[in-house]
Design a protein around this ligand. Structure first.
Ligand code: DGJ
Length: 572
């Protein structure tokens, strides 16, 4: 190489290195945010996608640093990387205009000491529909801070979302909080996201019945909402589309005219006003420090007869479009799921571009199945069982899932499940973006499921007793990665897996190799080579051959999730 060329190459390399370093510093300096990566949206922290292996503490746990001090190390031992903790308006502005963020600073210091990240929950105007966490100077001054009223005209301890005074008072406190977070955490990024209020909506009636509310309800639906419905007509979620269409799909009119004189109109009216209120806070808060903001929802329970039995106006499947139209600064609307049909509920929230996060659910063995399912099947940005500071909640919440769980932290189902998810995190994030990941959650009512992924269909079944195939465990789950044309990684517990080629009716899938193993620093470290009894599912070779199967597949035992990597070949 000529000297001049060598110098040019050297200068080019130096420039490239400098640009890369700048880009990396820039990426690392960027505050936590959501970003579209491939086919999904991910939470980006310090320049890298982040999977929340979370847990939420009891509502008031974070009001005491002494209480929290021993909690953080326990949560780290459970393999959490992020903790959802409450910050109440009352705790930071007990006297109007006098802010005290010492508690917030203490929580951040404790989290950092334990290498944990935080999502703060802004418990302010509403918590589970009620206004219990508002400061007493707000609660006691009903003339200045009006309450919602129910059918009989009685007030409840619920600030109405229809009041500018309520909204602006909450907003002043929230803005101060977000400004403080920018000042103390703008570089360290311990705080990843904010949950705006908690399970909002009116309990006890389908809408606020105060004279002000009656007056606004009788006025036209704001054009911003009817325009949204009109503009998004072809993609509207079916729940609101059918209510709107049943009332004639009008583009102007009062709430009862546009949505019909039913409780659904009341619920949509409340949703619009909660959304506008919370959007204003979010917008002002983001002007100080624009990290992602989400809501959480108390979802409709099977016994509920109508809005008001569940909080009326929260982001439910019926109202999600109203929340999108009314609260564009809120990044995602998330469900709290304690119902057994978890898989259906996550699907109802993971629609129309709403990224999924599960801020509250269970933390026992069933919770691990939920986490695997939400993250693997719906690209959830994470999972977070509620009451994580109370180990008892992590043992067993449903007796049908087995009662004799261990109580030592590292052996709790959640700790073992999160340990595997922690190992898999780089792979999960990569495959979520590529769309080459799937998951199933099985129980005795839903024992088997086919998943088409890559070149094969995987039949996932609860692990069957080989002598008595109708004998199955109460639950099983698996997360599946398509690694190549004939290669899969499966993380599973109490499931068995049979592979069939998708593009042939004559070929049978055989196991070329199966390895147990672990991931260390993102690299597969093989353990045992599995064969024989490890993979035998069906000795009845005639029946297996008739079904186009080899009778062998993957088999995962009950002892927490484990990993198996399989290569397949075809024969006929
Ligand atoms: C759901 C709420 O969002 C939480 O704050 C807490 O009250 C739990 N329910 C209690 O199970």
């Amino acid at each position: 190489m000529k000297t001049s060329t060598a110098i040019a190459v050297l200068l080019f390399n130096i420039a490239t290195l400098a640009a890369t370093a700048r880009a990396q510093t820039g990426a690392a300096a960027a505050i936590p945010h959501l970003e579209k990566r491939g086919v999904t949206t991910q939470l980006i922290v310090d320049g890298q996608p982040w999977l929340i292996l979370g847990g939420e503490t009891a509502n008031t746990a974070s009001s005491s640093l002494d209480y929290m001090k021993p909690v953080w190390p326990r949560l780290a031992r459970l393999n959490l990387n992020t903790v959802l903790v409450g910050v109440a308006w009352d705790w930071v502005e007990p006297v109007e205009g006098k802010f005290d963020f010492a508690l917030v600073d203490g929580l951040l210091a404790q989290a950092r000491e334990n290498k944990l990240r935080v999502v703060f929950i802004w418990f302010a105007s509403w918590k589970n529909g009620l206004s219990s966490f508002a400061p007493v100077w707000v609660k006691a001054d009903q003339a200045r801070f009006p309450r919602a009223r129910l059918k009989d005209g009685r007030p409840v301890e619920v600030l109405t979302p229809l009041s500018d005074a309520n909204r602006e008072a909450d907003a002043r406190a929230y803005v101060a909080f977000m400004r403080h977070l920018r000042e103390v955490d703008g570089k360290k990024h311990t705080v990843l996201m904010i949950q705006m209020q908690n399970e909002v909506g009116l309990l006890g009636d389908s809408r606020d019945r105060s004279p002000t509310a009656d007056e606004i309800f009788a006025k036209p639906v704001p054009a911003a909402l009817t325009d949204y419905l009109q503009k998004n007509k072809s993609t509207l979620l079916p729940e609101i589309a059918s209510v709107w269409q049943a009332a004639g799909a009008k583009t102007t009119g009062t709430w009862a005219e546009v949505f019909g004189a039913t409780p659904a109109a009341d619920e949509l009216f409340m949703a619009w006003h909660y959304a506008r209120y919370m959007d204003r806070l979010t917008e002002l808060g983001k002007a100080e420090y624009p990290i992602p903001v989400f809501t959480n929802t108390w979802i409709v329970q099977p016994e509920d007869k109508g809005p008001g039995d569940y909080p009326s106006g929260g982001p439910e499947p019926l109202t999600l479009e109203v929340w999108r139209a009314g609260a564009p600064h809120i990044d995602l609307n998330c469900p709290d799921i304690y119902l057994p049909n978890f898989t259906e509920w996550v699907a109802r929230f993971h629609r129309n571009g709403n990224p999924l996060f599960v801020p509250e659910s269970r933390g026992d063995a069933g919770g691990v199945a939920n986490a695997f399912y939400a993250i693997g099947q719906h690209a959830s940005i994470g999972y977070s069982p509620f009451g994580i500071d109370n180990t008892g909640r992590l043992v067993v919440l449903r007796p049908d899932l087995g009662a004799s769980a261990p109580t030592d932290l590292e052996n709790l189902p959640l700790a073992k499940g999160y340990s595997i998810l922690k190992q898999l995190t780089p792979l999960i994030l990569e495959h979520q973006a590529k769309g080459t990941i799937a998951a199933v959650s099985l129980d005795t009512k839903h024992q088997t499921e086919d998943v088409a992924l890559g070149n094969y269909t995987l039949n996932l079944d609860l692990r069957r007793n080989r002598r008595n195939p109708s004998q199955v465990p109460p639950l099983g789950y698996a997360m599946i990665f398509s690694l190549g044309p004939d290669e899969y990684l499966v993380a599973g517990c109490d499931v068995q897996v049979i592979f069939s080629p998708r593009n042939s009716t004559t070929d049978i899938a055989g196991l070329a190799s199966v390895e147990a193993g672990t991931f260390v620093d993102g690299r597969w470290v093989p353990g045992r080579k599995l064969s024989g009894d490890d993979v035998l599912l069906n000795y009845d070779q005639a029946a297996a051959a008739a079904a186009g199967q080899s009778g062998s597949g993957l088999r995962f035992g009950p002892d927490g999730p484990a990993l198996q990597r399989v290569k397949l070949y075809l024969y006929h």
